[in-house]
Design a binder for this molecule. Sequence first.
Ligand SMILES: C[S@@+](CC[C@H](N)C(=O)[O-])C[C@H]1O[C@@H](n2cnc3c(N)ncnc32)[C@H](O)[C@@H]1O
Length: 962
Amino acid sequence: MARNKRAKQLAKEKNRVKRTKEEWEAMKRENPDLGQKKGYHLAPKSNEMFERYYRGIGIVPEEEWDDFLNTMRRPLPTTFRVTGSRRQAEELLKIIKGQYFSKFFSTDDDQEKIVPTQLPWYPNGLAWQLDFTRKEIKNDSALKSLHGFLISETESGNISRQEAVSMLPPLLMDIKPHHKILDMCAAPGSKTAQLIEALHSDENVPTPEGFVVANDADNKRCYLMTHQVKRLQSPNCMIVNHDARILPNMFYSKDNNADVVKYDRILCDVPCSGDGTMRKNPDIWSKWHVNGGYNLHSVQKKILQRGLELLAVGGRLVYSTCSLNPMEDEAVILTILNMCGGAVELVDVSDKLTGLKYSKGTYSWKCMNKTGEWYETEEMASKQFRNQWDTTIYPPIITVAQEAKLERCIRVLPHQNNTGAFFIAVLEKTRDLPWTSGKSNRNADPIINPSERQDPSEKKQSQSQHFTFGIRGKNGSYHFAKCKLCGVMLQGRNDFNSHQGGRKHKQSLEDYEQTKKTGPVASTDPAVPVKSDTVAMDTEPAKPTEHASKTDTYSSVADPEKPTNDCERTTGEDTVASGVTEVTARKVRDEPEVTEEREVTGEPGVTDTAVEPSGKDSPPTKRQKMDKGETTEEKKETEQKKEMEEKTKPEEIREATQQSGIPVMVHGHKEDPFIFCTKDDPIWPPIKEFYGIGESMCVEQIMYRNMKRMLYYVTEQVRDLVVANNERVKFINMGVKCFSSGPSPLVTECDYRLSQEGLHVIEKYVSGRRISMTRQDVVTILSCENPFIYKLSPSTQDSVHTIAPGSVIFHFVPSESDPEPCVEILFCGWRGKTSVRSFVDKDQRQHYLRMCGVELSDIKAQVKMMKECKNLLEATPGSSQVSGTETPVGPASGDEAEVEKWNEEAEAPRDPEADEVEEEINGDLAVESEMLNTDNDKANDNNEAGIDNEENMEDDVAESAE
Ligand SMILES: C[S@@+](CC[C@H](N)C(=O)[O-])C[C@H]1O[C@@H](n2cnc3c(N)ncnc32)[C@H](O)[C@@H]1O
């Protein structure tokens, strides 16, 4: 019987796919370009099911529907925000406005111009939006150079290209430097980067004591995030790799009685169907399926539930999705709020969003099945639909939604601000959750399944004693009830049956009794802020149409100008949505299979519900998994785990630990261990001596991996957490690189060189090997490959001569007489016998040159001219000294100084990473630059650097245009 059903369903599904293919073929016939050319923008931007669903549930007011749909079909504008220290950000913004934006405003024809728009709700005017297409980038030189500029400054960590709406959740977290922050689903890390920036944003607190734990379940995406986070150069961040639903507790020390870490701020940017990103990822149009939202509802609830467990009382959690779907948004929030019985509240953040247009969270929605039938209650739903999905997807009665203050949720619709769509709910925990006792013990970690710690003999509770009944369905059964003790709203038979089973309910009862003994937490009912008679109404369920109109549109400030150009965009965030899309697509594809297996097992009640935290809403046990069949995601996870276990050899690690006597940590597959230096580590004294490092720098905060080639620095708090939790938490990455090994015959005392990445963190401890310089010196060093010391200003030369060869810190502090831009510049370099050089990568170098007022874009033309001159000279008979420049390496013959310099530099160690980049930057042209510069003209030096940089920019632009 079950087999027949399965066969039928498969056939049906096949037909559906076939029809879609046929449709696709037909479209291809109509448009021969479709699918032929590279470029996803040719994907069809319509989906009947999508339109039917979203028009039906009413989150978009009818009169705005066309505007909504048209905007969804347009490409997304480019947005970016300026980051870094306040001073640097101000200066960079001046450059952006002066050198780049001004070109857009200078209209010399009647053509519609691109108008950069400031995002009014982003602090200090540091976020901007531009509406342009790739074609426009190609054809417009101003756009091209702006694009190159954005790419370069993004790499150096001074600009973040991020979708506008994606900037909202971190802003609403109200982060302070002492906060312990958790990002539960963090990859690829655009919001993590914003969280780190926020942690470091108070310039009066140079070393924040807080930290960011950035987690993602996908190991590969954790590595993507590593790159993103590295740009921020923060010693306060750790990347970990866990399923957020069962994210392990961290403890403050290894001591068995140690407190569990509770976070002050948590970002729960859950995996979602991603239909809010269709403007950026048009392929979602064809993949979208109504089941996507139902599928993800359960995992979203579990992640949010775990987040709230890990949140400190008084702490704030921001839940967000880039989905429009109430199943993934309000339904998740409401379920979990109900489960928390008043211990968690939605926060009104409307005063923080001045200038942003958005819709309030909706009180109601409807469920649609894949054939387009609508269900407003669980009772209305077909048996198959009921069995297939969680009971918590159905809309609540209006009073419940009102009590939960669902209107405090924020839904940004694309046409409101010309952005992607987004949903945000800001939650605050006012007391311990009903099913936790406040302090977890190690064995109860994670608290995902409190029910399993219950004595089964105590399960039975009297129904009437503990529940207030709500609405009675047509068949006479209650489809709404509220637990008097824990305040949980129960919707439908499944919830009710499982709740009255008393697992979680029993836990709440214990908490209640405990509260009565130890003193009041709340003045009245311990967990239920709601008057029970509010819900004890035997009335008809509220009609969804009543609620749909609750979706008010807000515009607290005058309408910001909205660019309306039809355009395409490129952002650094593409990877975010691709991950999301993957999940969606996978889920939708998996759907018939999962359904079938549930039916085959004959377990209609197997749907996991978040209202019941005990058991059903917890991640499935092994047994359950076998019964239900794992989803593709879970299978992948299991495979990853297996792979990791195979690659981790505990015996070897134990042995290494015993031999070295220092903590050895093994995490993640293919991971080298993280090893922290000890106080008497032999690695440290030569470094300390050579660089004049004070006692205040704690060697135990220095970590290395494998061969001790690179030394990384973390804050004390991060170090303590890593050491205390290395056996339970899978750490992927942390720390900023502060030294790298590179022995040189010129320096016998110390084999380690300073690294630019961690320089700003450790420089305050370094008293030796610092060279103060003028701004012109900075330009000289950054624009020539190995300028002679005599090319520097006299005062700088004096300073250089007091220091022996080796790694150094170059430091420029602007004085009042220095022209703008006026910022402090600090970078690593090398003092050779007769020359100096920088160890700064291409993008950072460009950034510093800009911060010195060098206009890279204008240099290009000059260098082009120089190149032409050079070619002309080469073609001229008798110009032998210039033809020597064709030799890419080695000095020009006969020039003594050049020969000496060449010999010396051959001895100088090079940073392997910097080398790669520098070779790319300098290449033959830089060598040419030195050769061409026979007259020591510094201006020409700068120009040469300019051509390199500009050419690299062009490459970048070309790459991203690909
Ligand atoms: C919407 S994306 C996060 C985007 C990210 N916050 C950002 O701003 O760049 C969702 C992420 O959740 C991850 N994910 C999916 N299921 C997860 C789970 N059970 N636990 C933790 N992460 C999960 C995915 O790998 C994906 O990277």
